[in-house]
Design a protein around this ligand. Structure first.
Ligand code: HEM
Ligand code: HEM
Length: 159
């Protein structure tokens, strides 16, 4: 099993923790639920990385075949969940800016903004990979943008 499964599970638990803490102290909650929903779409797509690296490393042929079958079923939805993540996160950003204004000296807003720019490039790299160039270079780029997105989201949760 790839260690990415554990990292993704840890980030998900952290998100749930922050969201429940946020909901318990705010009277406004739509902006928080939008952030959480966008996050869920992102982590769903990013788990593809954990599945793929498990397929590459696991010994058992049965497990490889099972995971490959699962990943094939999910494949047609990947581009939709990726786009949905971007769309919902943009709504999250708009709601936040209406509430707090676009104050980049606020670390929560700065890290969220950087994560959203990362997400935009990640989604664009996905389309580039699908429509124009599926070489190893672009594949690595798509995965590295996923890793940096993971880090930015972690930073967003710290503040
Ligand atoms: C323009 C971009 C973004 C801005 C300005 C922003 C800003 C914020 C702010 C200020 C909060 C705190 C809300 C409160 O306590 O009232 C928040 C919460 C949240 N954001 Fe973002 N964010 C952005 C992008 C993102 C991204 C890319 C993700 C994840 C994919 C995300 C996920 C969340 C989640 C799950 C919460 C609720 C949990 C928590 O407070 O840590 N946001 N965001
Ligand atoms: C939240 C955004 C996204 C994340 C986290 C993400 C992540 C991933 C991961 C981890 C893989 C498997 C990597 C590998 O080849 O080992 C992958 C594959 C791929 N992604 Fe994305 N992706 C996102 C959005 C998109 C979008 C919007 C498209 C648009 C078409 C796209 C197109 C592709 C394609 C064509 C593949 C290779 C075929 C496949 O295995 O499905 N991705 N992506």
């Amino acid at each position: 099993m790839s260690f990415w499964f554990l990292l993704n599970a840890a980030l998900l638990i952290w998100a749930i923790w922050n969201v429940t803490a946020g909901l318990s102290i705010h009277t406004e909650y739509i902006h928080i639920l939008l952030g959480f929903t966008g996050f869920l779409f992102f982590i769903f797509n990013w788990t593809r990385n954990a599945v793929f690296s498990t397929i590459r490393n696991v010994e058992s042929r049965d497990t490889k075949v099972k995971l490959a079958g699962m990943s094939k079923k999910i494949r047609p939805y990947h581009r939709w969940t990726g786009r949905a993540a971007l769309f919902i996160i943009l709504l999250h950003g708009i709601f936040i800016i209406n509430l707090y204004s676009f104050d980049l000296t606020n670390m929560k807003i700065l890290t969220g903004f950087l994560a959203s720019v990362n997400l935009l490039i990640l989604v664009l790299s996905g389309w580039y990979r699908l429509l124009i160039d599926s070489s190893l270079k672009i594949r690595k780029l798509h995965i590295r943008l996923g890793i940096s997105m993971f880090i930015f989201v972690g930073l967003h949760f710290i503040f």
